[in-house]
Design a protein around this ligand. Structure first.
Ligand SMILES: [Zn+2]
Length: 366
């Protein structure tokens, strides 16, 4: 019932509508029209998220609603993307991303809705949310008014890996923005009057635990800048860093260790610090007994696909939905090498992903 040609054609059309983060208006218009044509009741919130509803049918019409979600924006600023279909693979022309992240998620959801509307399969009430601004920090999902949603279970289509990959946990993430304040002085005439902010930052970074801390915790300093010229002792250095862990207590300890390294280096040199720490998103962890996880595992097994319950190293809209009380898994659409010009997707993977989602939504038959 999933039609490969229709699914591919939907994806190609969506890819050809530019939608870098912050510029989702055109794709939102297209998606609103498509959802309306499929019989959904569609609205847009003030942030630009598209929210649509479809009544349940048949023996599932009174079931609890299920949320289906993907994001409309693409990473970075690439526009004019030229998708190329070759040997069963869709890729870009090599000069831009492809945007299968996350337009394959949008296309898979649309294909499943299309099948539901034409094949008359019994299904629960559905709530469909297409978000803006995911790539810039889950902005659309964070702005969603979750009290407007009835669903308490959801499926996000926004990851890669073999079809059957079901992300059931994801990390908490904190960011730390730091300015080291030293004191400027002439580097040749009187360096002893200066406090070298770059040196303080460097000593702090060198003392920090970074990289893979343990199986569920990572940390990174991703940006450092400061200084004016070789002959000036720099009075300022800036440093941006992050850490993630699926265990919140470990994240808190890691952030403390990074701050301690900064405070010790600053104290050694009598520099001062401005520190701003913020939570990017909360993590989540769903047990295999969670109904939406069981539903996805059952659907995969029914199709002969091996279900893979895996943790994610990154955040997605699923983090925000889970924090808001909607138990949400994140499924693979087959997207690969995302956020690079080598991004690609195997058509057969995307078709299998649609079959799997259809089976999750309409478990009776697919
Ligand atoms: Zn994505």
């Amino acid at each position: 019932m999933i039609l490969q040609d229709r699914l591919v054609s939907t994806l190609l059309k969506l890819i050809c509508i530019d939608s870098p983060t912050g510029h989702e208006e055109a794709i939102a218009r297209d998606l609103v029209a498509r959802l309306k044509a499929l019989g959904l009741v569609v609205a847009q919130d003030t942030t630009g998220n598209v929210i649509a509803r479809l009544d349940g049918t048949g023996k599932h019409d009174g079931d609890a609603p299920l949320l289906l979600s993907a994001h409309m924006d693409t990473v970075g600023t690439d526009t004019g993307i030229q998708p190329i279909v070759e040997a069963g693979i869709i890729r870009s022309d090599g000069t831009t991303i492809l945007g299968a992240d996350d337009k394959s998620g949008l296309a898979v959801i649309l294909e499943v809705l299309q099948v539901l509307s034409t094949a008359g399969l019994a299904h629960p009430p559905l709530e469909v949310v297409f978000t803006v601004g995911e790539e810039e920090g889950l902005l659309g999902a964070k702005a969603l008014d979750l009290s407007q949603l009835r669903a308490r279970e959801g499926v996000v289509l926004d990851s890669g890996g073999p079809i059957g990959t079901i992300i059931v946990s994801a990390p908490y993430q904190d960011k730390l923005f730091v300015t080291v304040h030293g004191r400027a002085a002439h580097a040749g005439a009187e360096p002893e009057r200066g406090i070298n902010a770059i040196r303080v930052a460097a000593e702090a970074v060198a003392a920090m635990p970074l990289g893979r801390i343990d199986e569920e915790t990572t940390a990174n300093v991703g940006l450092i800048r400061g200084g004016v010229a070789t002959n000036i002792v720099p009075d300022k250095a800036e440093l941006h860093s992050e850490a993630r862990s699926r265990d919140e207590a470990k994240l808190i300890a890691q952030m403390q260790a990074m701050r301690a390294a900064l405070e010790e280096a600053a104290a050694r040199h009598e520099a001062t610090l401005d520190l701003r720490q913020e939570r990017s998103y909360d993590g989540f962890s769903l047990s295999p007994e969670t109904p939406v996880v069981k539903r996805a595992v059952g659907a995969a097994e029914a199709l002969g696909i091996a279900p893979l319950l895996v943790p994610s190293g990154g955040g997605s809209d699923a983090n925000i939905l889970n924090s808001g009380g909607i138990a949400t898994i994140n499924l693979s659409t087959g997207m690969a090498e995302v956020h690079t010009v080598k991004e690609n997707i195997f058509i057969e993977d995307m078709v299998q992903s649609a079959r799997l989602l259809l089976r999750i939504v309409a478990p009776a038959r697919a």
